[in-house]
Ligand binder design. Structure first.
Ligand SMILES: [Ca+2]
Ligand SMILES: [Ca+2]
Ligand SMILES: [Ca+2]
Ligand SMILES: [Ca+2]
Length: 169
């Protein structure tokens, strides 16, 4: 009986050790690409900042988003992208009080190891709200966004839903 228990314990310990080794081996791989926040795959987290109250060509509070590359020394202005609904490829139009960029999220929705960008436009169409997903092309965030609206999400427009006010993933 004792021997059997010992065997089980030994097996459990071996499993734990193996698990530990596997975790240790996977650790650097998971950490190196910066995973969630790295859209260009250089191993450094990149940054996305929303400015939902930005006025664009006299359009009050249309909103825009800045996409900033991270590098070894921090953040770089080089290659910074500006996205708004007037940018070619971005669905919709810049309109007053859209609040494009009211929420931003970098997450790898395509599963290719490069972070993609989701932008919330919570006041789009009289506060119905809207979200746009921009996929990383491997080195930058592509401007051909895919819009997600209330209908796509199966929601009604009753009572100012503010779709896109909060985004997580
Ligand atoms: Ca990066
Ligand atoms: Ca403003
Ligand atoms: Ca709009
Ligand atoms: Ca991706």
């Amino acid at each position: 009986m004792h021997k059997k228990t010992g065997t089980i314990l030994a097996a459990a310990t071996a499993a734990a050790l193996t698990g530990g080794l596997l975790v240790a081996a996977a650790g650097p791989v998971a950490a190196a690409p910066g995973t969630d926040g790295d859209f260009d795959g250089d191993g450094h987290d990149d940054l996305v900042v929303g400015a939902p109250g930005e006025d664009l060509d006299g359009i009050k509070d249309a909103g825009m988003v800045s996409v900033i590359h991270g590098f070894e020394g921090g953040l770089s202005e080089t290659g910074t992208q500006a996205l708004e609904q007037g940018t070619p490829g971005v669905p919709g139009n810049s309109e007053e009080n859209d609040g494009f960029g009211g929420e931003v999220l970098l997450s790898d929705v395509t599963g290719d190891g490069r972070a993609d960008l989701t932008v919330g436009v919570p006041w789009e169409n009289s506060a119905n709200g809207y979200a746009v997903v921009f996929e990383s092309d491997g080195s930058r965030i592509g401007t051909a966004g895919r819009g997600i609206g209330l209908t796509d999400a199966g929601l009604s427009s009753e009572g100012y839903p503010l779709f896109g006010f909060h985004v997580n993933g």
